[in-house]
Design a protein around this ligand. Sequence first.
Ligand code: SF4
Length: 297
Amino acid sequence: MQCSKCRRDAVIYQRYSGLHLCEQHFNRDLEAKAKRAIREHRWIASGDTVAVALSGGKDSSAVLYFLHRLLHERRDVRLMAITVDEGIGGYRDPARARAIAERIGVPWVTASFREEYGVTLDEIVARKGTGLSCSYCGVLRRALLNRVAREEGVTKFAYGFTLDDEAQSVLMNVLRGDPYRLTRPVREVAGFVPRIKPFMYIPEREVALYAFFHVEGFDLAGCPYAADALRGDVRGILDAYTYRHPATKYSLVNLGEALRNPEQPPEGGLRVCERCGEPCGEVCRACQVLDEVRRGA
Ligand code: SF4
């Protein structure tokens, strides 16, 4: 099939736009959408240090490559990558993330659950079972990333979240009947490094293709503990529905953005954890999780 914009062979068909795109026009289209997301949200400003939370998977590797292309000539914005080693055997080898950052040419730092908390995720799962693995992992990783980012002078955290991730999150919050998360605004909270998501309007399959074209050696393995049943169900429902109604994921993401209420106070008020000093919108979950793990509760 020919590209809708030139005579070259198409590498992808976008059902939602009706366009067939060659590699060159596909790259241009994806990068234009990511730049527009950054511009519209005013995500990057002069003086920023942007850190990509680099797992070594396709999405975070792709966003690191894209941001390097976007920012490498700017002297007023710094880009780096931070990798957290949760300690999951056979998954997320930090050496892979390091090699990707080095090939792209971006400074890289790492931190681990073992060094920070004295326990790996594998050990937590051995004590607590797999039921809450993602919950423990997410809380501890976020707290560790936030601490390292502040030490490194990071002002923005870039994630490789895609349109699919964002749409799934909105629908999950609807299915859970969770008005707080649906209407919670994105805002800057003292001590928390703000998050940016340049690929939030780009389908996962396009981010994967972009990574395939530009990043060597990204990780294709899935986490052995990825057992979030609701997200898996929602992904299946959404993918099937989007096949017949191609704009559905965009509609959900737009709904999520429209619902965010800047007047809503943070749940539990703003506090600083008495134990670790980290900021928290609720009682510090990282310290609670570590207590539970150590007690074997
Ligand atoms: Fe952690 Fe769950 Fe992601 Fe695995 S799938 S890395 S356990 S949050």
